[in-house]
Structures are given as structure tokens and as C-alpha cells.
Write a protein of this length. Sequence first.
Length: 477
Amino acid sequence: MAADTRAKAVTLDLRRRLLSSSCRLFFPEDPVKIIRGQGQYLYDEQGREYLDCINNVAHVGHCHPTVVQAAHEQNLVLNTNSRYLHDNIVDYAQRLSETLPEQLSVFYFLNSGSEANDLALRLARQYTGHQDVVVLDHAYHGHLSSLIDISPYKFRNLGGQKEWVHVAPLPDTYRGPYREDHPNPAEAYANEVKHVISSAQQKGRKIAAFFAESLPSVSGQIIPPAGYFSQVAEHIRRAGGLFVADEIQVGFGRIGKHFWAFQLEGEDFVPDIVTMGKSIGNGHPVACMATTQAVSRAFEATGVEYFNTFGGNPVSCAVGLAVLDVLKTEQLQAHATNVGSFLLEHLTQQKAKHPIIGDVRGTGLFIGVDLIKDETLRTPATEEAEYLVSRLKENYILLSIDGPGRNILKFKPPMCFSVDNAQHVVAKLDDILTDMEEKVRSCETLRIKHPPEDTHPTQILLTRQQDDTHLTDKTSV
Ligand SMILES: Cc1ncc(COP(=O)(O)O)c(C=O)c1O
């Protein structure tokens, strides 16, 4: 039986029996079975259309015909490893180099973002002769053992922090220690990195690298203050370490203004290593690590071959080239700026209307909406965020939440996301928030006006909310 004709419940049952429960589903209470994708839309087994605001891997759109065609045509001719001469790999390296500062001129091809970051760690250690890594709090850099160790997002729930890993505060000017009212948050947060380095050095540790997403996305769509990364790079390099920019979620024009998110720091800012993944292959498993001649030479000097069975194969490179072509011909970077600005503006209008929206931030099609329970403490509205996302799903809009408080709505749709799509999402968001507020207000009205004589007001509020299938007693919109 074809997979798409199997009933959803049967698929779910098979999945539960055959796959580890560590492989989580979106919307576990009522998972969605998706059998087709096109552009910014996904379709379930009943043919229902969902607007995809989550998938930053299907960068130029699900199943983009140009990308599919490129893979197909190359598959018909040849797919083999990179030990033979082939034009695709050199053409692709050449095209990527045209997007990067000229110092980043050596390319390694791999299959996943995790592999790219793991190789970056190896190169940094080889080049510097040091072992230690500085990372930002709540960061995620991949699922390999080496990367779980440098991902506070994961290791905080596991065995804890390794002695060679040092964590600096997230440069979050909305929720972190230095906020929008601080005179120089970039310097203040960069000084935190400096302190982290000094205290590591006092223990005799030596820094090989600083790893960060150029815009921390896993940590909740954070926009670091301008100048922060340049100052961090100075501190890291002074300690003998390298600066690794993880562009796995945020590269390839997503941020609109620039092709790479690290370019927000200005033309003079050049990381020592840039890692790419996800969007690079529009769903096909490709990844890349770019670095300088000097760093690469130190790695070559070991005399040990770098071999990756699938990395840089002709099909993957054909796909990568096609993604770059589509970005250019459909002017998707400029499109991300236009649609992103529109979405940002309309979400900001919602912030004025709905007190649960504490902050709206972003650039291009990288946008975060920070939901709060109260304005003073900015307490994360975790349950409300979950409720909102489940209501959006009922309305055929797929959106995810992230951040340490699981309260930040993350917009990172395929780059073909349109102004109409943005308008539609904002309208639904507005409806749902209004409805949530209405529910809470009616509970309050009930509490004030009609307390049954022997019932405590709080009990009424809880009773009413328990009747509701979604709102919990923690809801405080
Ligand atoms: C910022 C970042 N770095 C690295 C990775 C790892 O990439 P992959 O899952 O392709 O191994 C991810 C994946 O979510 C990521 O978000």
C-alpha cells in the first residue's frame, strides 16, 4: 500500500512501534500527516493545505521544480564521491566563494549542519592547538556527541557541562542582563565573553573557538546588539581562538539585508569559519564549511585525508547550484526584505493591541514574537504560546515556538512566503489573541459580578478554565 493512502492513525501506530520516542512529532496530541509540499504550502493526506511558517530548510520553496530537476538530471548521469575530478564541486565552491569575503576561500562539503560544525571544531583545535570552546547560553549546534557538548540547549538536560566548554550569556537585549535601556549593550555582553575567557584561562584552559549562530535562532530569534560580534572576535582572537559563525539556520539571504547574517556586523567583520546547512540544499542533505587558507593549511598539515563518502557529490552540488540560481532569478533575498518588513510592521501593530506580545524583533524572514505574562518581569508566556500555536494549526497555519522559556513564536518560512501569507497569519493571530483575551475577561466578569455565595472567586476562574479544552489555570493574558 502506498504510504499516502495509509490512514493517519495507522501511520502513527507504526511510527510509535518502530521509531524511538526520542524522535518527536510536531503537535504530539494530534500530529499532522504531510504527504506533499509545494512552495510555502504543505498538504495532508486529506488534501488540506497548511501554510508553512516553520520550514527554513525548504528555503526556496518545497519541491522547487528547478531544484528537483537539477537533482534528477544529475542523478541520471552520475553520482559518486569527490575523489574524481568533477565540475559541479568546483563550480559550486566558486559560486559560494562569490557570496563570501575573499578570505573565506577554502570549502569542505558535508551532509549535515552537525557535520559542518564538528569539522569546524576539529579545524579550530588543529589550527590553535587549544581544546576549549566558548558558546552562548541556550545555543544548539548539532546532534553529534561533540556538538551536544557545546550546546547548552541540550547539555543542560543531560550530564551537564564539560570542563572544556565555557558559556557566555545570550546577548538578548529584551530579556538578558543588559537590555534596551543599557547605554552600550554590545560592549557589556562582549565583556561577559571576555570574563568567561579570563576565568577559563585562570584555570589553565586555552580557547580554540567561539561558536555562535550569527543571529541566535534556537535561543529565541535574538538580534544581538550591533558591534557585539566584532568585539567578541577581538577577545577570542586575543586568546588565540577562532570565531565560528554558524549560519545553518540564518544564511542564504534569509535576513534580507545581506546574504549572510554575520554581514550585519559590517564589511570588515570576517569570521574564521562559516558553517552552512539546512537551506543550502532546499531539503537535500548538503552542508558546507568555509574557512581561510591559513586554517585549512593547518588541518592539511596533519597529513590525514579528509574523506566524506557523500560530501560534495555531483548531485548535492547540482542541487546547491540550483538553489543559488533560484535565489538569484526569483530575487528572494530582496523579497525576504519586503515581506519581512511588512510582517514585522503588522506584528508590531498587534503588539500595541495585545499585551501578551512583549517584543517583536527580526530582520527579513527571521522574526520572533516574544510572549509574556506580565510587562514588568517579562515572564515567558509558555502555556499561552503553546495554546496559540495549536489554535493556529487548527487554522492550517504551522508555526513553532522556541527559546529558553518556550514562549517565542518563530517565523522562518520558505523564502517565497508572500505578503498575502503574512496578512493571513497576522489576521488569524489577532483573532485568536482577541478570543483568548475575551475568554479571560469573561472569567473575570464572572468572578466579579456573579460569585456564588459559597465559592471562592479563584475557584470559579479555575472551574471555568478547566471547561475550556485548551486554556489552563496558568493563563494570564
Ligand atoms: C543552529 C544550528 N546549527 C546546527 C544544526 C545541526 O544541523 P543538522 O540537523 O543538519 O545536523 C542545527 C539544526 O537544527 C541548527 O539549528
